[in-house]
Design a protein around this ligand. Structure first.
Ligand SMILES: NC(=O)C1=CN([C@@H]2O[C@H](COP(=O)(O)OP(=O)(O)OC[C@H]3O[C@@H](n4cnc5c(N)ncnc54)[C@H](O)[C@@H]3O)[C@@H](O)[C@H]2O)[C@@H](O)CC1
Ligand SMILES: Nc1ncnc2c1ncn2[C@@H]1O[C@H](COP(=O)(O)OP(=O)(O)O)[C@@H](O)[C@H]1O
Ligand SMILES: [K+]
Length: 516
């Protein structure tokens, strides 16, 4: 996992690298530029003949821009720099890189526009725009020519690559300072910045790619960041090895407690997703009269009919049987499609207190705890909960969906600490938090996943990994990552609008099999 840092932490790391590891600041800038060019080329091939317009500010972010310009010329791209400050005002390193750019490209490759119109006219001639106006040094609202430039970039509709972070974005909070660039690709330098994953940063950053500029690992470690970015390598390492001598018992038995009349699909999808993430055996317990329907839907999953209410939801009288069911499984997933029938709610509240197995609580299991989240502290083992922002708001009496979304990271980490649970707060850039306050952000996933049932898929995947013996934190991180990756693969094949939850399930094996 990669630590996510604040602007201040990044500045300190850059500084230590320069003064203690003795890497000249110009070398860092050169590495930054080279890395950015690699990512631009990967995203927009071929570069030869393309017109690239680079907008440079007066700080080191602009300095990176000049390096990008010089190196892109070697790819036979046609480069023009819009310099938004006087050359005299450039930072020391930026000035050096400006001079190197001039020596390589000549004076005609740079103009200094004085008004919005001049910027707009120039941008209209670009195939690709590079935003090197402001980086981590931004702290006050953007005004004047910088703001004109940011607005012109947005208005141009051209493919835009942001250097380090979209100009105008607060590096720590993701707040827009007056106006911010909406990039298609952000190539961030050294370590990822928190603002790229929160608030407006999610929409402004587009795809985020990271460039290693050679900050020593020991320096990075000493920052002690409490926020991590999930990486492909870390989550794959957490998966159990598939031993040649394995049998289905090796990979655990998950009990799924889900469904009611009209909502057997939720139970089916959770159960199937658990199998697709490699679980050996899955049994779904469902209200008795819905059992036959579930049997017809599922081939590989076993089912168990349970006592039901007149409304054909789980009945309170089934409590002991459900506890016995859980006791005979390696892990339990409870919640999808249960409804909030009063008897079912009562059943869930009792069940949650008494279950003594790794478990994941979702959907109506969380709704059963609405305003009563203190019950979670009575759990025998810290459960994983998978709320979307609405469910999160129901759990916390004073919160609203809006307040949750305004501070997703803060909400998830506070709740995880206070209630001693693992939280997967779903949505764009899902946040995972654990009881000790450490949190991670998931880079996978896309808006195509905003479709009925994808949450049930996640629940099954989390439960499946718990059943396979993963610790709750590992299960939560890996399930969230592969859920998002399966969603990304489904979107690649089908497009975001048309993909549905079943497509996501079908892509779980491809996500697992992918080699990166
Ligand atoms: N220090 C280093 O060693 C490295 C720095 N790098 C780059 O350097 C950037 C940070 O450089 P700087 O600290 O120079 O910061 P910036 O390049 O973000 O710019 C800060 C400059 O813009 C001005 N400014 C700030 N907010 C403004 C606003 N709202 N309107 C107008 N002007 C504003 C500041 O007064 C300052 O002069 C990073 O984002 C990254 O791109 C990279 O080259 C990697 C290495
Ligand atoms: N814009 C988005 N970007 C990434 N993931 C998303 C986005 N919107 C929704 N998702 C994911 O889709 C899933 C939706 O779950 P949920 O809201 O519980 O839906 P349902 O109840 O229909 O199953 C979550 O895992 C969430 O993170
Ligand atoms: K920028």
């Amino acid at each position: 996992m990669i630590p996510i840092v604040t602007a201040e932490q990044m500045r300190a790391l850059d500084q230590r690298t320069i003064t203690e590891a003795l890497v000249p600041s110009l070398t860092l800038m050169e590495r930054a530029g080279a890395g950015i060019v690699t990512h631009i080329e990967a995203r927009y091939p071929p570069l030869a003949g393309k017109s690239v317009i680079i907008l440079c500010g007066k700080g080191n972010n602009g300095g990176d821009g000049f390096v990008v310009g010089r190196l892109l010329r070697r790819k036979q791209a046609r480069i023009h720099v819009l310099l938004l400050a006087s050359p005299d005002d450039l930072s020391r390193d930026a000035k050096t890189m400006y001079q190197r750019f001039l020596r390589s490209a000549g004076k005609s490759a740079v103009t200094s526009p004085t008004d919005a119109e001049a910027i707009q006219q120039r941008l209209a001639t670009g195939d690709i725009l590079v935003d090197a106006i402001l980086g981590t040094g931004t702290s006050t609202p953007v005004t004047g020519l910088y703001r004109d430039a940011i607005e012109a970039i947005t208005a141009s509709g051209r493919p835009t690559v942001a250097v380090d972070l979209p100009s105008g974005l607060h590096a720590d909070t993701g707040a827009v300072l007056g106006a911010a660039v909406r990039a298609d690709l952000t190539v961030t330098l050294g370590l990822p910045k928190a603002g790229l994953y929160s608030g407006s940063g999610i929409d402004c950053a587009g795809t985020v790619r990271l460039v290693d500029i050679g900050i020593p690992a020991s320096f990075v470690e000493s920052v002690g960041s409490r926020l991590m970015l999930l990486t492909d390598r870390a989550v794959r390492a957490a998966l159990p090895p598939r031993r040649p001598s394995a049998h289905k018992g090796t990979y655990g038995h998950l009990g799924v407690i889900a469904g009611s009349v009209g909502k057997t699909g939720a139970a089916a999808m959770a159960a199937l997703s658990a199998l697709r993430i490699g679980t050996g055996l899955v049994t779904a317990a469902t209200p008795a009269s819905a059992n036959d329907i579930l049997e017809a839907k599922l081939l590989e999953v076993m089912t168990l009919p349970m006592p039901e209410t007149k409304a054909r939801t789980f009945a309170r009288s089934g409590l002991e049987r459900l506890l016995a069911f859980a006791g005979a499984r390696d892990a339990v997933a409870i919640g999808p499609g249960l409804t909030t029938h009063p008897e079912t709610v009562e059943l869930v509240q009792e069940f949650v207190k008494r279950i003594d197995k790794p478990c994941v609580l979702d959907a109506d299991a969380l709704n059963a705890l609405a305003g009563k989240s203190s019950l979670l502290t009575e759990c025998k083992r810290p459960p994983i909960i998978t709320p979307h922002p609405g469910e999160m708001a129901r759990l916390e009496t004073e919160a609203t969906t809006q307040s949750v979304n305004e501070d997703r990271l803060g909400t998830a980490t506070r709740f995880a600490r206070e209630r001693g649970v693992f939280v997967i707060l779903k949505g764009a850039r899902t946040v995972i938090a654990r009881p000790d306050g450490l949190a991670a952000i998931c880079p996978t996933g896309n808006p195509g996943m905003a479709t009925a049932g994808t949450g049930d898929v996640l629940t099954g995947m989390v439960g499946g990994l718990l059943a396979q013996g993963l610790a709750p934190w590992d299960a939560a991180c890996a399930a969230t990552y592969f859920h998002g990756l399966a969603g990304d693969l489904a979107a690649q094949h089908l497009g975001q609008a048309g993909m549905i939850a079943s497509d996501l399930i079908q892509h779980i094996p491809h996500a697992l099999a992918q080699t990166t």
